[in-house]
Write a protein that binds this ligand. Structure first.
Ligand code: C2O
Ligand code: CU
Length: 478
């Protein structure tokens, strides 16, 4: 792949790039990390058209003797990476090749609610949905796309229906970080999964721990449980864009030698400055970008992941990735400043409280389980274009972790369990974990898009909880 230079639109670059050889992500035989290919757009009078087909497949290699039903976009597991730049005029043509209805949501993308891919944007089996937008993100970030049907998100994401989306904001800081996709800028999709004795990807908490199920930790579709994926790069530094695409498990990433590494971005944009950390916990749906220095030692840098941190699962540590470099000289220093984040003035903000709780398997926000469109509609949170709001998110479940995701705009964190935010919590976020018995206070400004008919969503991104009702609609009224 050509090195992507400053000022070159990702869309143009992808169009010029030769189609990489298709990799079957679920069946990579060797130990080399499979890399999702870039989705090349076609040009229609200046509009970059991205074509996705949701489809089903099977996997016979993950657990011997079992044929597992899978799903993917333009393939049988996961989907291609969509590279976009601010200012791109785009259309997504999504055809539903599944037997059931689906939707495709652009997680983290600032987009009109009618194009957001929530439960109102149903694509019937065999049908095509074609939302258009102009990319207007304003931050360099790692996003993703996945189904978002009412009550069906977990079962469809579990199949493997998920892909990455990368936004270039054109900033010098983003250009100064490793940004050559597939060469020193690597998507890393993490999935804590389990295969049931019946040979299906588990979709509920209890199936993960049923003694007959086989736990599998997948990295870009490759089973790291069976063989550690390896990655060899030609640069002294590599940027890893981590996405936790698990249904329910938070994942803690660390170097297996416990040494420090650098985080450069949260799930919604670059940090103000790079930070040095020794471990990174990523809740379901969240992303984080890290940079590894590969010339400090001749040995490969090995990453491990500790997964299964829901209350009813046992934790285990899996090797995740072994990264080595052929570069002999040290890389240039990273920029010391990555981003400018202007604090939202919330002095006159509308305040709200959202309490996340459960009554058995029923998952509630403020006592409401949004399990039908009618309930969500009747309980929709209403705000107006331009409003600044400050929300207190409280997890009142005992022992159950929840995490809170808001569509449309990213938020800033005011406090976590009563303390001022630190580290990546000082950056823009779109998903934040809320530990049992604690609160997180966030603030946001609703900009650009209003619609009196189409809704955004706010929900727990443990998608099993989401499907069990922990979701409400948000309407930004004009
Ligand atoms: Cu990743 Cu409302 O979704
Ligand atoms: Cu939850």
């Amino acid at each position: 792949l050509a090195r992507i230079g400053t000022g070159t639109s990702f869309a143009e670059e992808a169009a010029e790039t030769e189609e990489p050889e298709a990799t079957s992500l679920a069946t990579a035989a060797s130990g080399t990390l499979p890399i999702p290919e870039i989705l090349a757009p076609t040009d229609e009078n200046g509009v970059a058209v991205y074509t996705l087909q949701a489809q089903t497949g099977t996997n016979t290699t993950l657990v011997s003797g079992k044929t597992i039903a899978t799903g993917g976009y333009n393939g049988t597991f996961l989907g291609p990476t969509i590279l976009l730049s601010d200012g791109d005029a785009v259309r997504f043509d999504i055809t539903n090749g599944l037997d059931d209805e689906t939707t495709v949501h652009w997680h983290g993308l600032h987009i009109a609610p009618s194009a957001d891919g929530g439960p109102q944007n149903i694509i019937e089996a065999g049908a095509t949905w074609s939302p258009s937008t102009t990319i207007n993100q304003g931050e360099a970030c790692t996003l993703w796309y996945h189904p978002h049907g009412l009550g069906t998100t977990a079962e469809q994401v579990a199949l493997g229906l998920a892909g990455m989306m990368i936004i270039d904001d054109g900033s010098d800081a983003n250009a100064a970080l490793p940004h050559d996709y597939g060469a020193d800028d690597i998507p890393v999709i993490l999935q804590s999964t389990a295969v049931t004795s019946a040979g299906a990807f588990a979709t509920a908490n209890n199936n993960f721990t049923a003694s007959a199920s086989t736990l599998k930790f997948l990295v870009n579709g490759m089973s790291a449980t069976d063989e550690t994926p390896t990655l060899e790069v030609a640069y002294g530094r590599v940027r890893l864009r981590l996405l936790n695409a698990s249904l329910t498990d938070s994942i803690t990433v660390a170097r297996s030698d416990s040494a420090a590494f650098t985080q450069v971005a949260s799930d919604a944009g670059l940090l103000v400055e790079p930070i040095s950390i020794t471990s990174l916990r990523i809740s379901p749906g969240e992303r984080a970008e890290i940079v590894l220095d590969l010339t400090a030692s001749d040995d490969a840098v090995k990453l491990q992941a500790t997964v299964r941190n829901t209350t009813n699962g046992t934790r285990y540590t899996a090797s995740m990735l072994s990264v080595s470099s052929t570069a002999t000289s040290a890389a240039d220093d990273l920029p010391t400043t990555l981003n400018t984040i202007t604090d939202i003035d919330a002095t006159d903000a509308t305040t709200r409280t959202f309490t996340l709780s459960n009554s058995g398997a029923s998952m509630l926000i403020n006592g409401i389980a949004g399990t039908t469109m009618d309930i969500m509609d009747a309980n929709a949170v209403m705000t107006t274009l331009g409003a600044v709001e400050q929300w207190t998110i409280t997890n009142s479940s005992t022992n159950i972790y929840h995490n809170f995701h808001l569509h449309d705009v990213p938020f800033q964190i005011v406090s976590v369990a009563g303390s001022a935010p630190t580290g990546a919590n000082t950056a823009w976020r779109d998903t934040i974990e809320v530990a049992p018995g604690t609160s997180v206070v966030i603030k946001m400004r609703f900009t650009d898009y209003a619609d009196n008919e189409y809704m955004y969503m706010l929900h727990c991104h443990n998608v099993i909880h989401e499907d069990d009702g922990m979701m409400l609609a948000l309407m930004v009224m004009s």
